[in-house]
Each structure stands twice: as C-alpha cells, then as structure tokens.
Design a protein around this ligand. Structure first.
Ligand SMILES: *[C@@H]1O[C@H](CO)[C@@H](O)[C@H](O)[C@H]1NC(C)=O
Ligand SMILES: *[C@@H]1O[C@H](CO)[C@@H](O)[C@H](O)[C@H]1NC(C)=O
Length: 359
C-alpha cells in the first residue's frame, strides 16, 4: 500500500499542471494547500479507474486537465463512476440506535448560534467525509477539497450569525455581487473560524463570497492579499477531530519521506454523518431544499464543492445509488439565485454553491 501511495504521489504531482511541490507537503499530506491548481474533476475521475485505465486515460486528459476548474463536471464523474470506490463500505455496519435529533432540528434561522448539539463543524464533517478511513488522508486526486473547506468556513460563520451577505439592492441583486459583511466578531471558539473573522474584519472594502473563497485558499495575484490565505487547514481540522476522539495521528513512511496521517479511530460519527446524508436524499427526501435541515443542505453543497459526494453514496446498492445521485444532482442543479430568493436564511449556502458553479 505504501508503494501504491508513492506511485500515486508521483503520478499526481509530476503530472500536475502546477507542479507545486511545497515543503509542507513532505511533512504532511493533510497540510497541502495547492493554490491555483483546481483541476479536480478530471483527476478525481481517475480515482475510480484501474491503474491501466488511468495511465491510458491520462495522455488524453492531459490537455483537458489544464483547463479544468472545480465543480461543474463533478456530477458527470459521479454518474459514470466505476464501482471500485474505496471508501470502505462504512454504512454497511451502521451503528444502531443513533438518534436523529440533529436531523429534525431545523428549518430555523441562520442564526441558530453556537448550539451545543453541533458536535462537528461543517469543515470537520467535510474533511471526515473526504478522508480514507484506514489510510487517514484525502484522495490525492482531489484538488477541490481545499476550496470546499473555505466555503464551509463561510457557511459555518453565517450559520453562527457572524457574517451575512449585504442586502440586495437594485445594482447588486445577484448573490455573487453582494459583499460579505461582518455581523459580529464574537469569537466562535474554533481557530479557523476565528482567524477568518479577523481577516473579514480587517478587510475594507468588503469582498464577495467568491473572492473570499479565493483569498482564503491563497488564489490571488495580489501580493498584499496573500496574508488572507489560511494555512495548514486540513491539518488543523484533523487536529480538532483528533481531540474529539474521531481521528488518530500516525506517521507513515512513504520510502522517501514520513507523512503524518489521520486514520479514523472511532467510526461512529462518520457513520452517523453518512447515514444522515444518505437518508436525506432517500427515505427523507422532500424534494424541496427549503424544507431540508440547513446543515444537511449545506453539507451536500459542500460535499459537492469538495468533490467528496461519492464517498457518501458509495456504500449504497446500485439502485439506491442511482436514486441518490439523481436527487443530489437535481438539488445541486437548481438555480442558486432562485433558491436564495425563496428564503433568506440560507443565502450563504446558495452563494457558496453559486461560487463553485461559476469557478
Ligand atoms: C465513539 O464515539 C461515540 C460518540 O461519537 C461514543 O459514544 C463511543 O463511546 C465512542 N467509542 C469508542 C470505542 O470510544
Ligand atoms: C436517473 O436519471 C436518469 C437520467 O435523468 C434516468 O434515466 C434514470 O432512470 C434515473 N434513475 C433513477 C433510479 O431515478
């Protein structure tokens, strides 16, 4: 498995259009942030193909890949997936007696505050979904998760009543034209959220959702704005999950270097999460985003943006998988402008979706 890892590593990075080889990469996979290399969808597809197919496909893709951006093509990838998903069949061994309290919460306001019920932040949930349980790192092919996690930070801050979109005006009607305004800078008790709040507070004039996702990811040509990049995001989120007893920390030797990995040590929370999301598009499907639990809706949007939706549905049988994919596609294909206008409480979720659709 180590050898495979190294092969993936070289395959992934030597062929990567950005050829970015940061020193932090060597110390920890999780900490890799790859500014400017959003080429996810084509690469992600390779995750589900055999090695031979990957190599065959690669030369054809090489050129396409340079032009790929996050999102957009992801659903196509999902629908044409090979059945070789390596997510470890979690949901088969579903824990019993799980409560659905969080699921039924609800359709309230975005300002539901720092509820004690929120065991994990959206960023922690997205990373947990993206991690391979045993290996403890995210797919090497996934270039979307970095910006997806930044989107998660913005939604989490909005849900906690810290930020909001500026009100609609005649000139600024569209979600992506409206700036992100600070509502309260009260600490949220999470390092990444609080660091982002400080950046938001320091920025005058305010910026849009799309610009913030780019700034926080470090995708900017403006050297004065590089300071807004959040660093070591994956590693810091993983550390939180280690503290919460969900992940553990290991050093893995990959022949050329040591790598810090974070295998899942207690699968209860991940199983609960996967089950909640599966149910939201199967048994509990309401075909109306406004009647969905906000955090569930946010998580589906973020899983899509981070290209980890596949991990949620991989354990389903083929028939249910198709239904789940169709319904997710239906949800994510909706027009964010139209949906946001129907209920103001979920504006940030739809703005983040709009930003990913556009990028
Ligand atoms: C795993 O986590 C759940 C709560 O998320 C907890 O109830 C359970 O006791 C934990 N299991 C172990 C073996 O620590
Ligand atoms: C999913 O959508 C496709 C295309 O719209 C359709 O052909 C197929 O029957 C759908 N499958 C299910 C299970 O709904």
């Amino acid at each position: 498995m180590c050898v495979e890892g190294v092969q993936y590593f070289f395959f992934r990075f030597l062929l990567s259009p950005s050829l970015c080889f940061s020193s932090s990469f060597v110390s920890s996979f999780l900490s890799v942030e790859e500014p400017g290399s959003k080429v996810c969808s084509a690469w992600q597809a390779s995750d589900f193909l055999s090695r031979e197919q990957q190599i065959k496909d690669w030369s054809r893709r090489k050129e396409e890949v340079r032009n790929y951006r996050c999102s957009g093509e992801i659903m196509t990838t999902l629908i044409h997936r090979g059945r070789r998903a390596d997510v470890g069949g979690n949901a088969e061994k579903r824990a019993e007696g799980e409560e659905d309290s969080v699921l039924d919460k609800g359709v309230g306001d975005e300002d539901s505050g720092d509820s004690k019920d929120i065991r994990l932040t959206l960023m922690e949930e997205v990373l947990l979904l993206g991690l391979k349980d045993k290996e403890g790192y995210t797919s090497f092919w996934n270039d979307c998760i970095s910006s997806g996690l930044r989107g998660g930070i913005l939604i989490e801050l909005a849900m906690r009543g810290r930020i909001q979109l500026e009100p609609q005006t005649m000139r600024k009607k569209r979600l992506l034209d409206r700036k992100v305004l600070l509502k309260s800078d009260a600490p949220a008790g999470d390092v990444l959220l609080d660091e982002t709040l400080r950046h938001l507070k320091a920025t005058e004039p305010p910026e849009t959702v799309q610009t913030w996702i780019e700034l926080l990811t470090g995708e900017t040509w403006n050297p004065f704005k590089l300071q807004y990049q959040l660093r070591n995001v994956r590693e810091r989120i993983a550390k939180n999950l280690v503290e919460k007893g969900i992940l553990t920390t290991e050093k893995q030797n990959f022949l050329l270097f040591d790598m810090t990995t974070h295998p899942v040590t207690n699968t209860t929370e991940k199983q609960r999460l996967v089950k909640k999301l599966q149910e939201s598009v199967l048994d509990r499907w309401v075909n109306d985003p406004h009647r969905m639990d906000r955090r569930t809706l946010a998580l589906l949007v973020l899983a899509h943006a981070s290209d980890v939706l596949e991990n949620i549905f991989a354990s389903l049988d083929d028939e249910k998988y198709d239904v789940a994919i169709n319904r997710s596609k239906d949800l994510l294909d909706r027009d964010p402008e139209v949906e946001a206008a129907k209920a103001s409480g979920a504006e940030m979720i739809w703005a983040v979706l709009a930003a990913f659709n556009k990028s």
